[in-house]
Design a binder for this molecule. Structure first.
Ligand code: CTP
Length: 392
């Protein structure tokens, strides 16, 4: 995993090189980003030697001439941990201030996992403004690693001490994701289906496959073997535990999904399957029919999700998606019952950043007992984590 370690100017920065060492030892790649004040406590040479990578500290001296570092770091990192995190960086994050390398990177990184290990004097930690900022950051999904009580460098004793590097690693849930899905095989469907009209035309939809691929990657990161059945997409999967089957039509997806489901512990069907297909596919390019227009006869495709619902055995889980325009919750709940699902993930149509093609999504996850939870607008990778945490 690619981990970015952010360091700010607190005396606890003397422990950060040990954190970097532990992360490397556990097999992670590490890049460091430090504030000017942090470099009063640790040297660039220490950080670069231990991380094995160039330090990023100066916003205006990009090491890579082709891109701005705070964006390329954002793309590179799977998670970012700030240890120690001073009251200052916490305040900047909560107020949307980006005036150096680390604070701008944190702004760009908001849709990926961020962990903060606050470290400061007890009175500073208990200051209402700091507590308000912490509460706000927690509310937008930033992981706060609670500071410990104990002797502080300033000679006093109380809350505010940075957890030991081993504890920081333990609390970085992304490093040892729960639930542990090792030994489980999970089916995921993704992308659109194409229903052929003739040799050059088809009926399709705008699904990009991003949500399904994010699910497959996240499931594999949790240790699962993933059977990914996908419609046409330019996306690639990266994890070796993902076994990919490419299909084109709903009927091909049906055949692959029904073949894999009996050997799987769970299935998550995120594909946007065409409900209908032309009743006849011409094997040549159809000619224009002139002013009289043209009529295509459509016949219904099999419902893959409903079929898996009839095949479901004790101990198997089935999770579907729903796209609704009115009575969203009630219609999704009906779909869940009708198709014998354990959970249904309702896609939001109300948010600009949610839905087809984009990298973000906001969903409501509805359980069979009617309980539901709505996520904020998050990256599809983090929505995948939410779905895994709630449903598996
Ligand atoms: N689905 C499926 N096979 C189909 C149609 C849909 O497996 N032929 C799955 C989708 O992958 C999704 C869920 O069913 O998980 C719901 O899809 P949606 O389009 O919201 O609903 P439909 O069942 O098609 O119902 P309607 O169009 O009437 O809302």
């Amino acid at each position: 995993m690619n981990i970015i370690v952010g360091i700010t100017g607190g005396i606890a920065a003397y422990k950060t090189p040990i954190l970097i060492r532990l992360l490397r030892k556990a097999g992670h790649e590490v890049k460091c980003v430090a504030t000017d004040h942090a470099l009063e406590f640790v040297t660039p040479l220490t950080l670069e030697t231990l991380s094995g990578n160039k330090l990023y500290a100066d916003l205006f001296a990009p090491a890579n001439e082709n891109s701005t570092e705070h964006i390329s770091f954002k793309d590179w990192g799977d998670a970012l941990v700030v240890a120690p995190a001073t009251a200052n960086i916490i305040g900047k994050m909560a107020s949307g201030i980006g005036d150096d390398a680390l604070s701008t990177l944190l702004m760009a990184f908001m849709r990926k996992p961020i962990y903060l290990a606050p470290a400061m004097n007890t009175q500073m930690w208990e200051c209402p403004a700091v507590q308000r900022n912490i509460e706000y950051l927690q509310g937008i999904g930033i992981h706060i690693l609670q500071p410990e009580c104990g002797e502080l460098a300033c000679g006093t004793s109380g809350a505010g001490r940075m957890p030991e590097p081993e504890q920081i690693m333990e609390q970085m849930t992304i490093l040892s994701p729960t639930p542990d899905l090792r030994g489980q095989r999970i089916l995921v469907t993704a992308g659109p289906t194409y229903e052929r009209i003739d040799s050059v035309r088809f009926i399709g939809n705008y699904s990009s496959g991003k949500m399904g691929f994010a699910l497959a990657e996240a499931l594999a990161a949790h240790g699962a073997e993933v059977e990914l059945v996908t419609g046409p997409t330019s996306l690639r999967c990266h994890h070796p535990n993902i076994h990919r089957t490419d299909i084109e039509s709903a009927r091909e997806m049906f055949a692959a999904a029904t073949q894999h489901y009996p050997t799987c512990q769970a299935a998550i069907l995120s594909a946007a399957v065409a409900d209908y297909r032309p009743d006849h596919t011409a094997d040549h390019k159809l000619k224009k029919q002139g002013d009289s227009g043209m009529t295509l006869n459509l016949v219904q495709n099999p419902d893959i999700l409903a079929t898996l619902g009839t095949m479901k055995q004790d101990g198997q889980k089935l999770i579907g998606f729903a796209l609704e325009t009115d009575n969203e919750l009630a219609n999704a709940q009906k779909k869940l019952e009708k198709k014998n699902l354990d959970y249904i993930v309702l896609n939001s149509l109300r948010d600009q950043g949610a839905g087809f093609g984009v990298d973000t999504n906001r969903v409501t996850i509805i359980a069979r007992n009617g309980n539901s939870t709505t996520t904020p607008l998050l990256s599809k990778a983090r929505v995948a984590e939410e779905i895994i945490n709630h449903c598996l």
